[in-house]
Design a protein around this ligand. Structure first.
Ligand code: FMN
Length: 187
């Protein structure tokens, strides 16, 4: 049985609609997942590197769940990666602890899908912004399995559109759960 670790990188889940709902629905859909809620474990941003490395070692599949902040990961998730993915652990000549593990990224954006084109408001496609993660996978000998994306769930519309956001989050969780089942069946 594959071990699946969901790392939640939202900086404040109390103030989230989309990511909170995705995590909640995912737990309902696949009860054996392990959840690593960084904002609850490390509200002070002081990451227990050894503990996090142990969780990663046990996992066969790692999912990074986060909202896009400034075209990238939120600061807490970025810090987690900077500290936990150490030379000699994840990369470098003797760093092979993540080798062969599958990585899925699962994220939400505020901007609508049509903004993420060369001609659109964001001036780049969403795939362009995923290149650093794909390069990280290569550097750490992980397998980049794919991304699950939900666009247009900005915090600015969370009051008046919370029902629509929750519906999108449920669809997102179902898509991610299907992807995880597919990998589990392949293993
Ligand atoms: C600091 C900050 C930066 C953001 N940067 C982006 C961005 O670069 N692109 C984008 O589409 N949305 C951006 N957003 C919108 C968030 O992605 C959106 O509010 C989030 O996905 C909603 O998820 P939540 O309800 O779980 O918080 C940003 C939001 C914040 C607070």
């Amino acid at each position: 049985m594959a071990n699946i670790l969901i790392v939640s990188g939202h900086t404040n889940l109390d103030d989230s609609v989309a990511n909170k709902e995705i995590l909640y629905r995912l737990k309902e859909l696949l009860p054996d997942l392990e959840f690593d809620l960084l904002s609850e474990l490390y509200p002070d941003y002081k990451i227990d590197v050894e503990k996090e490395q142990e969780k990663l070692k046990k996992a066969d599949i790692i999912v990074l769940q986060y909202p896009i902040f400034w075209y990238s990961m939120p600061s807490l998730l970025e810090k987690w990666m900077e500290e936990v993915f150490q030379h000699g652990f994840s990369h470098g000549t003797t760093g092979d602890k993540l080798k062969g593990k599958k990585l899925i990224i699962s994220f939400t954006t505020g901007a609508p899908e049509e903004a993420y084109t060369k001609e659109g408001r964001m001036a780049y496609t969403i795939e362009d912004f995923l290149n650093p993660i794909k390069a990280t996978c290569k550097q750490c000998q992980m397998v980049y399995y794919g991304a699950v994306k939900t666009y247009g769930v900005s915090y600015q519309i969370r009051q008046e559109k919370s029902k629509e956001i929750k519906e999108k989050a449920l669809k997102h969780a179902k898509e991610l759960a299907e992807m995880l089942k597919e990998i589990k069946n392949d293993q």
